[in-house]
Design a protein around this ligand. Structure first.
Ligand code: FES
Ligand code: MG
Length: 569
């Protein structure tokens, strides 16, 4: 077997006899029925992230077929291998809790098994960041493709998309406008096929950011899961992986500070999910890159939201694909993007933009002169309630609430909130500020998407649509409202959020970039002295590893020991 140029020799297990190790390796791989010719080719690993629990990845087997075709057409040998699969709805306690586990799986299996390059198949929210975090740490040439967005559903003539419309229609059900039978029917219409949520949720956001980062071939982010173009993109990805192996272009050569800057800029222009900030910070941390959050905040002031997709706008991902996908967005902001960054295609982002189809009239990506939201997508906040930062998706907030002072109505935990939120006795008014504690990285644990605190039932029934809501939790990218998230340090770590009591005054000043607790230091000191950590710490298993090692939101909730350089603690 002429395996000198292939991955077969890489990472040989040490029996103290390298020739014997290679002999054993060959003996076992030959049991798969591969010929010497096949094994002499560049070996391209393909992550199989299919699971029968994961409808977002239902088309992975078809994508693997197409990727293999591409690899073989280019003279390589494709070998698929399993990787943890995660769906948002089936990842208890949260997919965020498991993201780092998936990244460890990706890193170690890419490193352990002999491969010259790897094709990563992401899709559902946490899978793209987990795969890219793992690939960055493994430092093997890697290229990403995704399962692609779902096409839209329909109910009584109305177009529906997961899961912005899930939330909107459930809100109507809570308020009594949609009965139990109809909401059951609707549950069959919201996610009508394979692929990821088709609004600008986390999956769409991460796919677009990964393409902007240069880790995916052009156009790949927005192609619907069921479109034949999806398979052609997968085939091209497989073929390109063979070239990447020869060129030895590694994730660190592509995911540079400039490339992360492009991803953050795109995140603002698409009005993307708040989750993407955590993921991009974590990905960068794997490469020793510190993202500049003040710079990201400035980008939001320079770059308005241009993409008219739910939840901030009205269209869906299939419409963005028909409007030209990411290239159409990049063309609008090309002056603000680093066009010299090299992508997995081997060409620069600028060269790819030149090669993209010329612009045409379309209604999904607006010109900067007529944005969907002038103020920018995300705003980084700080203040006495969030010394290490917080985030608000201003494009999805109510303008009248962006400057607001109100009385705190505090829930100590998710359980407390579930118990009291809808009670008729709850002392709450529309101009109060709802506060949720202990729902951060350690608190819940796993930083659930609970930041979208429902409007208390009695207020919802009276027609209240939005209130200022504050927590250390995250929020689904498909949600909307005047919602302050990712407050750091979290309550479970004893951050000021832990000290808030019913009746305290809280001031939100989005224009000024501030979130403040209007309680004097003496009183806060008294409360701090009485504070005790709420959670009993896990004693065993992954939960213990998670609890011992997870970092706060400003460090991407990565495990400290997985960063390129662990923080001194
Ligand atoms: Fe998988 Fe929304 S649940 S992308
Ligand atoms: Mg989501």
């Amino acid at each position: 077997m002429s395996d000198q140029k292939t991955g077969m020799r890489k990472g040989l297990a040490q029996y103290g006899d390298a020739a014997f190790s290679l002999f054993l390796r060959k003996a076992f791989i030959k049991a798969m029925g591969y010929s010497d010719d096949a094994l002499s080719r560049p070996i391209i690993g393909i992550t199989n992230t299919y699971s029968a629990f994961n409808a977002c990845h239902r088309n992975v087997p078809d994508l693997i077929d197409a990727i293999k075709r591409g690899v073989m057409l280019a003279g390589g040998m494709p070998l698929e291998f399993p990787i943890i699969s995660m769906h948002e709805s089936f990842s208890h306690p949260t997919s965020m809790f498991l993201r780092n586990l998936m990244s460890i799986d990706a890193e170690e299996m890419i490193r352990a098994q002999p491969m010259d390059a790897v094709v990563l198949i992401g899709g559902c929210d946490k899978t793209v960041p987990a795969l890219l975090m793992g690939a960055a740490s493994a430092d093997v040439p890697a290229i990403l493709t995704v399962t692609g967005p779902m096409i839209t559903g329909s109910h009584k003539g109305e177009r529906l998309g997961a899961c912005t419309d899930c939330r909107r229609l459930w809100g109507q059900h809570r308020a009594g406008a949609i009965d139990g039978d109809e909401i059951e029917v609707i549950s069959g219409k919201l996610a009508p096929g394979p692929g990821t949520c088709m609004v600008m949720g986390t999956a769409s956001t991460m796919a677009l950011c990964a393409e902007a980062l240069g880790m995916m071939l052009p156009g790949g982010a927005a192609i619907p899961a069921v479109d034949a173009d999806r398979l052609r993109h997968a085939e091209a990805t497989g073929a390109r992986a063979v070239a990447l192996a020869a060129e030895k272009l590694r994730p660190a050569d592509i995911m540079t500070p400039g490339a992360f800057g492009n991803a953050l800029r795109v995140l603002q222009a698409i009005g993307g999910s708040t989750n993407a900030v955590i993921h991009l910070v974590a990905m960068a941390g794997r490469l020793g890159i510190e993202l500049d959050m003040a710079g990201f905040d400035r980008m939001g002031q320079e770059t308005p939201v241009l993409v008219d997709l739910k939840p901030s706008g009205q269209h869906y991902m299939e419409d963005l694909h028909r409007a030209g996908g990411l290239a159409t967005v990049l063309r609008e902001i090309r002056d603000q993007v680093d066009l010299d960054c090299v992508t997995v295609s081997g060409r620069t982002l600028g060269a790819e933009l030149e090669r993209a189809p010329a612009a045409w009239d379309q209604a999904v990506v607006r010109p900067a002169s007529d944005p969907i939201h002038a103020g920018g997508g995300l705003r980084v906040l700080a203040g006495s309630l969030a010394p290490n930062g917080a985030l608000i998706k201003q494009a999805a907030a109510t303008p009248a609430l962006m400057q607001h002072e109100g009385r705190a109505v505090v829930f100590g935990s998710l359980e407390d909130m579930a118990e009291r939120l809808d009670s008729d006795d709850l002392d709450v008014a529309a101009d109060d500020v709802l506060v949720l504690q202990n729902a951060g990285p350690k608190g819940a644990p796993g930083m659930p998407e609970a930041g979208y605190i429902p409007i208390p039932r009695k207020l919802a029934a009276a027609g209240v649509k939005d209130m200022v809501r504050i927590s250390d939790a995250r929020m689904s990218g498909t949600a909307f409202g005047t919602i302050v998230l990712h407050i750091s340090p979290e309550a479970a770590e004893g951050g000021p959020l832990a000290l808030v009591q019913d009746g305290d005054r809280i001031r939100l000043d989005v224009a000024g970039g501030r979130i403040d607790l209007l309680v004097d230091e003496v009183e806060l000191g008294r409360r701090r002295a009485r504070w005790t950590a709420p959670a009993a710490t896990p004693k065993r298993g992954y939960a213990k590893l998670y609890f011992d090692e997870v970092l706060q939101a400003e460090h991407g909730c990565d495990f400290n020991f997985l960063r390129a350089e662990p923080l001194e603690r």
